[in-house]
Write a protein that binds this ligand. Structure first.
Ligand SMILES: [Mn+2]
Length: 224
């Protein structure tokens, strides 16, 4: 394994471990505010000898509508809670997002979550060397159906020493190539209502891909 790939894989493994520990802490009601969660994540990075690839995002309730919400001292609210974080080892960035639910989601909320998840899975399945980035981006919008109007950012980006490296998976034309590590991160953001994003790191191979982040994408719900 090359240096970049092994460093990003190490970051992904740490992100996975931190996510599952964070879920346990949600369940034991150890977190009261967004900052409690982000400080926990950042401290785990530090303990493991990693740096932050970017400032950790924890966005609860309506705050999840902001893609780059800065965690606040506000109490965690019932509803979706987006956690977007990434460990950096040897200068290489990883980047993962999971959205959990505090309380009991409605049928509509479950349905929207499932559309984002299915879109993300379908996009990952298409990742391989030679795939067009614009085509992949447009495919994600098609999969989101009516919710595409609530998806306002790119589908993903390359990961390297930069958090937002090439290739960008957006309206711009381009092609995935073997050895690229990219994110696939569709989201739905309905102003004043909810925000959902699911993001994995994916290695582009000649014949397909390998997903480097392994955390569950089944909707985790927490008694709240
Ligand atoms: Mn990202």
């Amino acid at each position: 394994m090359n240096k970049k790939l092994s460093a990003i894989q190490k970051g992904c493994n740490l992100n996975d471990r931190i996510f599952s520990e964070a879920v346990k802490k949600f369940r034991s009601r150890s977190f009261k505010t967004e900052l409690d969660v982000s400080q926990f994540i950042d401290f785990e990075f530090k303990k493991a000898g990693a740096k932050n690839a970017f400032p950790t995002i924890v966005a609860s309730g309506k705050n999840a509508v902001e893609w780059h919400h800065e965690p606040t001292n506000r109490k965690l609210l019932a509803g979706f809670c987006v956690m977007d974080f990434g460990a950096k080892f040897h200068g290489y960035c990883s980047d993962m997002t999971r959205t959990i639910y505090l309380g009991e989601p409605s049928r509509t909320e479950r349905r929207i979550y499932s559309i984002v998840k299915k879109t993300q899975d379908a996009c990952i399945r298409k990742v391989k060397a030679g795939e067009g980035t614009k085509e992949l981006y447009e495919f994600s919008r098609k999969k989101l159906g009516a919710y595409k109007e609530f998806f306002g950012h790119g589908l993903g980006h390359g990961l390297s020493k930069l958090i937002h490296a090439k290739p960008r998976i957006s309206r711009k034309k381009g092609k995935l190539k073997e050895g690229d590590v990219i994110t696939i991160e569709p989201g739905v953001y309905i102003p004043k209502v909810l925000g959902i994003r699911i993001e994995d790191d994916v290695l582009v191979t000649k014949s397909g891909h390998r997903v480097l982040s392994k955390s569950t994408k089944k909707l985790v719900t927490i008694k709240w």
